[in-house]
Design a protein around this ligand. Structure first.
Ligand code: IVH
Length: 679
């Protein structure tokens, strides 16, 4: 037991310097996003301060970093009247509505000049107010009805990203800031997963999680929730002043220690606002937090004053919303789809719902492990998600809404398409139909894969058409495509003579392909584009690959025993041998492989891509690097030749810096590709 000794001037100084150091590290970590010390070092210093304060409780101050752990529970939240009302925002759902907003702003201000705006993500969290007096955090409140909110001072204190004490000088004696408390997506997923394991309540989305965590009467619970905060404005200010524009004000707030959203930006016109909307929209899914739109705010505060507000929303700001990416719907049924390699994928048939900008009625459940892990049943209400071009998926079940009649699904013992037995590998989550090409589903998927853009790229031969051709028994194998006759095509619904000729022509054109594409098109299990390319480079000819042993195939870089076994098994199967013969006989050919080491200037080089490239897709960059003989991998090591960093690079850039790996920007990559094609 430590005896409580009175503090000397020395211990007071020590406590103060520890607090200052911890505050500085906290600021660097949260507000600047550039940590100065390791987490372990930070924790050790915090422990030192805790020890000191335990021995000398009179040294504890309300703004000490040790006080973020949460105070004792309240019976109820007190009320706080907002000295400046907390307004809400009007919404715009289309470009036209945003143009109308900008026009109204200019009309009211009587100007035809473009307006300067602050463009910011609209965070999907909870609006809060935080008041500082003499630089110390004194009061926190929820928005409530905009006039009166709840006193959540103790809860806000637990959020590490909110300074308890302001840095620097020049802040008003009383300063109220406003911002959004949120739970970063990844931390939300982790939190929910842990809650599910414990049998605790899971939250529907990060927004509910943030709200639920913040409105805890026991702030010790809030302290354990991974909350974060971005400040986006100010409220009441007394004895002091702020700059005349929003942008400058935000800069001051940042210097005083507040964490701002790194994506916020000052733009010079409405057109730039709309570009911002597109740009953020394209990266929406990669952002570490959920947003439901962007906000445009007139930057100049004098103009804001002249514009004023109507009802509860200012005339000087508008929220430009994105289509919701997550919605709630009901699972009507769960069926199994059979893929190219026989894999059975459980698919949820949904009550149609508008999400991610389209109406969806199906969502993938991936595999049985996933169905069991998420405990998805027929009749359940679920959160479904569709972001960008990704396949809609079931994110989670709303257990509290489960009806007594909800039904569990079991893996069928027989293929729902051909009736062959279904087997499930002990090691793998996938269950497969054992029917092979005798299964109509596997046959049709094989042909779809063969004709796909990244494979033989048969233009005009879409999935629907392949399904028709397969159902009518005209095409049973990819090789049958070259026997197709115009009249056979014309028998099909909605197929005229012209379209039929066009399709026959593109089937003919697809004969001239490349060896990697051809290998990929075969659809050998686990042979994706990169493996197909590696095999082609290594063996150069189909004949060489066909006569290679499993061991020889394993010599190919990045090809392991499982893939090698699949390749050998495929090539030895008599039916596949016949398919290959028929394809060659039909005239499918490719130019001879030129060895990468002789051809490409990037031979032997390994590149890693991170962040978004503006001029090309990631796939295009990858293809260009591979064409030049280089390799693209997913993680940075000392062996990496270059890391190509686009905008918003991830942790890979940091790792490259740490390891001293050369870093290229997009222009650098283009130059490298140009120079290596010259050499
Ligand atoms: S400004 C008068 N900026 O949206 C200005 N709000 O509907 C009002 N929100 O309650 C707030 N991100 O919870 C502003 N960058 C942002 C925001 C933002 C999210 C929320 C906030 C507010 C609601 C307004």
């Amino acid at each position: 037991m430590s005896s409580k000794r009175p503090s000397s001037g020395l211990t007071t100084d020590k406590a103060r310097s520890l607090r200052e150091l911890l505050e500085r590290y906290n600021y660097a970590y949260h507000a600047l996003d550039t940590p100065e010390v390791s987490d372990a070092k930070y924790d050790a210093l915090l422990q030192d301060l805790r020890d000191l304060e335990r021995e000398h409780p009179e040294l504890i101050t309300p703004d000490s970093p040790t006080q973020r752990v949460g105070a004792s529970p309240l019976v109820a939240f007190g009320e706080i009247k907002h000295r400046v009302p907390m307004l809400s925002l009007d919404n715009a759902f289309s470009e036209q509505e945003v143009r109308d907003f900008d026009r109204r702003v200019r009309e009211r201000l009587n100007t035809s000049e473009p307006i300067r705006y602050s463009a910011e993500p609209k965070l999907d969290g909870l609006a809060v107010s935080a008041t500082y007096e003499n630089g110390r955090f004194t009061q926190g409140a929820t928005r409530g009805d905009g006039e009166t909110g709840e006193d959540i001072t103790q809860n806000l204190r637990t959020i590490a990203a909110l300074p308890l004490r302001l840095r620097g000088k020049g802040f008003p004696r009383v300063l109220e800031v406003r911002g959004e408390v949120f739970m970063p997506r990844e931390r939300f997923e982790r939190f929910n997963a842990q809650a599910a394991v414990r049998g605790d309540k899971v939250f529907v989305n990060p927004r509910n999680a943030a709200a639920g965590s913040l409105r805890q009467l026991d702030a010790r619970i809030t302290a354990q929730r991974p909350l974060d905060i971005f400040i986006y404005g100010t409220g009441h200010v007394q004895d002091g002043s702020l700059p005349v524009t929003h942008g400058q004000t935000m800069q001051s707030l940042r210097n005083w220690g507040f964490k701002l959203c790194p994506e916020s930006r000052i733009v010079e016109s409405l057109e730039e606002c709309l570009r911002y909307y597109e740009e953020i929209g394209a990266r929406r899914d990669a952002l570490p937090y959920q947003i439901d739109g962007v906000v445009y705010k007139v930057d100049e505060l004098e103009l804001r004053r002249r514009l004023g507000f109507v009802a509860r929303a200012p005339r000087w700001a508008i929220a430009h919303k994105y289509p919701a990416e997550e919605e709630i719907t009901v699972i009507r049924d769960i069926e199994f789809q059979v893929g190219r390699t026989g894999a059975l994928t459980p698919v949820a048939r949904l009550a149609p719902v508008f999400v991610g900008g389209v109406t969806i009625s199906n969502a993938t459940l991936h595999n049985m492990d996933e169905v069991e892990r998420k405990d998805v049943r027929i009749g359940d209400s679920v959160v479904v998600r569709r972001a960008g071009d990704v396949i809609p998926e079931v994110v989670r079940v709303m257990i509290e809404r489960r009806p007594a009649s909800a039904v569990k699904v079991l893996l069928p013992g027989q293929c729902p398409v051909c009736g062959s037995p279904v087997v499930r590998d002990e090691q793998q989550a996938v269950a497969r139909c054992t029917g092979g090409r005798s299964c109509a589903a596997q046959r049709v998927e094989e042909i779809k894969h063969f004709a796909a853009r990244r494979a033989l790229d048969i233009q005009g031969l879409g999935d629907k058409l392949i399904e028709q051709l397969s159902a009518s028994g005209i095409v049973k194998s990819p090789a049958d495509l070259w026997d197709l006759q115009a009249d056979q095509l014309q028998q099909l619904e909605r197929m005229g003579e012209k379209s039929a000729q066009k399709i026959l022509k593109s089937i003919q054109a697809s004969k001239r392909t490349t060896f990697p594409r051809f290998l990929y098109a075969l659809g050998i299990r686990d042979v994706g584009e990169a493996t197909a390319s590696a095999l082609a480079q290594h063996f150069e000819t189909l004949e060489a690959l066909q006569s290679a042993s499993k061991e020889q195939i394993e010599e190919v870089p990045d090809v392991g025993p499982v893939v090698a076994r699949n390749v050998v098994a495929y090539l030895q199967e008599p039916e596949n041998r016949r398919l290959l013969e028929r394809l060659r006989a039909a005239g499918v050919t490719w130019p001879a492989i030129v060895r990468a080491s002789a051809a490409g200037g990037l031979a032997g080089k390994t590149l890693v891509l991170t962040g978004t490239l503006s001029g090309m897709s990631r796939e295009a960059a990858q293809a260009a690097i591979m064409d030049a003989g280089g390799k693209v991998t997913g993680s940075v090591s000392a062996k990496t030749s270059y890391v190509v960093a686009g905008t918003d690079p991830g942790s890979k850039l940091k790792k490259a810096n740490d390891l001293g790996v050369a870093i290229l920007d997009e222009a650098g990559l283009l130059e490298l590709l140009r120079s290596s094609s010259r050499s």
